[in-house]
Design a binder for this molecule. Structure first.
Ligand code: DGJ
Length: 700
């Protein structure tokens, strides 16, 4: 709901209130937090005077600006000839009946949207701020337009900036590396500035565009949390400053590098969308809000909450070393297991026997596949499988025909030799003709063959970017290719991937309903990675595969059951040579898939409760409660065994206190109260990495 009274703006629903007002032409932020039932009382003098005291340097602004007395982190940085810094003044507002598209991925089906109009007469620029309240949180973005005759350079324009009053705060962010994405980092907020950012041209393995601000002492289920996520896949920042009064300002947006983006008269710069949620129910409550919001309004509705294809992926099964015969063995091996789709990963095109060549040459390698893909797809069909295929559309190998024909299509700075990573360059996706060519090449394969699934990989950050517009245009080029593929092949599901989770972000999820979570398929590591990713992103977006042991990344061996249990908390798949499995292992896979299918509606559409923290509790334990509350899917996995271990009970959550639940595996009934307050012994074995899955059914 949007209410406007006497220049006081109040966005609210049952979960939150967000308020700001106009004072002396400036937008003053006044409140963000639990829903206030009497909004008219929101801006009593006492509250407002806290927000606008001590001059510009302490005032809580809706947009911080550099150069006019507010010295904290700005949300706008602009310059033109003879003028540095801005002073935007409120001009008016509009309430738009529904959220308008603005050319970038964003939350869908937005209703009423508040548009605030500001202008800076000296800078000759107009600034528009957009706020769309959803039930779970608020979507925000901004636009600046050059109204002057001089070029206007935009060095920074935040999608969102939020002020917090004096207090004790902590921050949670998701940082990591290849094979260990999204580790949960929690730290006290102390005086100073901290910046989470990517300057890699892509979201990055290193820092996810997510930040949660916690009132000190927040737990998994209790306490006030204010969280931010950007719907963007390129350079970004989410930064915060705790000032000398312990006030906190959070600013988030696209990271404009190398001197900014220049706007000529009438041109505009549009920021990506930022999402913010508030909860008083701790980190778990925050995650459930993000999950619900993204399930309802981000994921393409044709996939949301629905079971995704259960795949057998060829990468860890056979890597580059396949031919038609090997693929036939894999396909025949998958028969009868319940698998839906074979995904042929890297290595099917050009002359790609290792990672040293052929990216960009999207033509079938007739040496490996003399009959093309036709016989492979036929064999899939005979075995009840569909067919999917891997592309790395943005990449080009120096050893490729594409590069030899169009060396200038690779990102490069004239006069310098390009930097190779994984023996490859990146195509300049800010150029339309490059994206058009790649679309044409993909289209040729997708039209010729019966293909229902594409894995879109991206295996290196950008270097040799000649200027910032290329960074910005590159990301838009990626979105354009997604749009073109989606309209030409609406029935092809595109799985996102970037060396695992290097581009696990909300913008990719707008197009791809699932993303390969990590190249680390060791279930022990995956417990941590999936725990971290789940802070912001729903289970139904995580692509998780059961792989062979000893694990290829860590050398560790975990029980097959545990590998399946961990992978089941997301989009289940397999990535091992099914042709080499024992009958016993085949039977386990079949059972895992049958059980997963029976519970996919709960897992993918339910509410997640993280019961134990694998970083600190020596075990991983998650529970998903069906959206109607009638079923519960419970997974417990021990990490390392210790002798004489205490009998640790796990307390469930999110149940109805007085309802009776049957634990199917134990034939026992317990009330929701007993399960939540007394807890249960999970009953996994004592061995390292033993696990248990329980299914609970509500009886009344
Ligand atoms: C990186 C991906 O994360 C892997 O799953 C696999 O597709 C390889 N690239 C192939 O080169």
């Amino acid at each position: 709901m949007i209410q406007v009274t006497d220049n006081i703006f109040h966005l609210s629903n049952n979960n939150y209130s967000y308020a700001f007002c106009v004072k002396e032409g400036k937008l003053i932020h006044t409140y963000y937090g639990k829903a206030l039932s009497i909004p008219e009382g929101l801006l009593q003098d006492s509250i407002l005077s806290d927000c606008a005291c001590g001059g510009r340097d302490w005032t809580q602004y809706e947009t911080g600006e550099r150069g006019r007395g507010d010295f904290r982190l700005p949300s706008a940085l602009m310059r033109r000839q003879g003028c540095v810094g801005t002073d935007f003044v409120y001009k008016g507002y509009e309430i738009l009946g529904k959220k308008e598209p603005f050319g970038m991925p964003a939350l869908r089906d937005g209703g009423q949207t508040l548009k605030i109009m500001l202008s800076d007469e000296v800078m000759k620029a107009a600034l528009y701020l957009y706020y769309t309240p959803y039930e779970e949180g608020i979507a925000r973005r901004a636009e600046v337009v050059n109204l002057g005759d001089f070029p206007l350079t935009v060095e920074k324009l935040a999608s969102a900036s939020v002020e917090f009053p004096q207090g004790n705060y902590e921050a949670v962010n998701l940082s990591g590396r290849w094979g260990a994405e999204c580790e949960v980092c929690r730290a006290d907020v102390v005086g100073g500035i901290r910046i989470l950012s990517s300057e890699r041209g892509v979201t990055s393995h290193q820092h996810n565009p997510f930040l949660a601000v916690l009132e000190k002492g927040v737990t998994e289920e209790y306490g006030n949390v204010y969280a931010f996520n950007l719907i963007y896949s390129g350079n970004f920042y989410i930064e915060y400053e705790s000032d000398e009064k312990s006030q906190l300002r959070v600013v988030a947006g696209e990271n404009i590098l190398h001197g900014g983006i220049v706007l000529e008269n009438g041109e505009k710069f549009v920021t990506p969308e930022a999402v913010t949620v508030f909860t008083d129910k701790g980190l778990g409550g925050m995650s459930r809000l993000f999950h619900r919001l993204y399930r309802r309004h981000l994921i393409n509705p044709k996939y949301a909450d629905k079971i995704r294809p259960i795949v057998i992926n060829s990468w860890e099964s056979v890597y580059f070393g396949f031919d038609e015969k090997k693929l036939f063995e894999l396909i025949d091996g998958a028969r009868g297991l319940g698998i839906d789709t074979l995904v042929l990963d890297d290595g099917w095109f050009g002359k790609r026997d290792d990672d040293a060549s052929s990216l960009g040459d999207w033509f079938i390698d007739r040496g490996k596949l003399p009959g093309g893909l036709g016989p492979v797809i036929e064999r899939c069909k005979e075995n009840g499988l569909k067919f999917g295929i891997w592309f790395e559309p943005e990449a080009v190998s120096p050893d490729s025909n594409l590069y030899r024909e169009h060396p200038d299509w690779a990102l490069h700075t004239p006069g310098r030799e390009g930097i190779q990573m994984r023996n490859q360059y990146t195509l300049d996706f800010s150029r339309e003709e490059v994206v058009d060519y790649i679309f044409g090449a993909m289209k040729a394969i997708l039209s010729e063959y019966d293909i229902s699934y594409v894995k879109w990989d991206m295996n290196r950050p950008l270097s040799d970017v000649p200027d910032n517009c290329v960074y910005d245009g590159y990301v838009k080029g990626v979105y354009r290719l997604y749009e073109m593929l989606d309209s030409a092949f609406p029935d092809v599901l595109i799985e996102g991937c970037s060396s695992g989770g290097g581009r696990f972000d909300a913008a990719i999820l707008y197009y791809s309903p699932m993303i390969w979570t990590s190249d680390d398929t060791d279930a022990c590591q995956r417990m941590r990675i999936q725990y971290g990713v789940s802070m912001c992103y729903p289970l139904q977006t995580m692509s998780n595969h059961v792989s062979v042991c000893p694990n290829h990344q860590t050398g560790r061996t975990l029980p097959f059951a545990t590998r399946g249990a961990v992978a089941s908390l997301g989009c289940l798949g397999y990535e091992l040579n099914v042709a080499e499995l024992s009958e016993e292992e085949r039977a386990i896979i079949k059972k895992q898939i049958d059980d997963y299918r029976d519970n996919a509606d709960v897992i993918l559409g339910g509410e997640l409760y993280r019961l134990l923290n694998p970083f600190t509790d020596g075990a991983f334990c998650e529970e998903v409660v069906a959206s109607d509350g009638n079923r519960v899917y419970f997974v417990y996995c021990r990490l390392l065994n210790r002798p004489n271990m205490p009998l640790a009970r796990v307390k469930l959550r999110g149940l109805e206190e007085n309802a009776v639940y049957k634990i199917e595996e134990r034939g026992k009934t317990l009330t929701g109260g007993e399960l939540m307050h007394a807890g249960i012994l999970p009953g996994a074995g004592c061995e390292d990495f033993s696990s248990v899955i329980l299914h609970l059914t509500k009886l009344n």
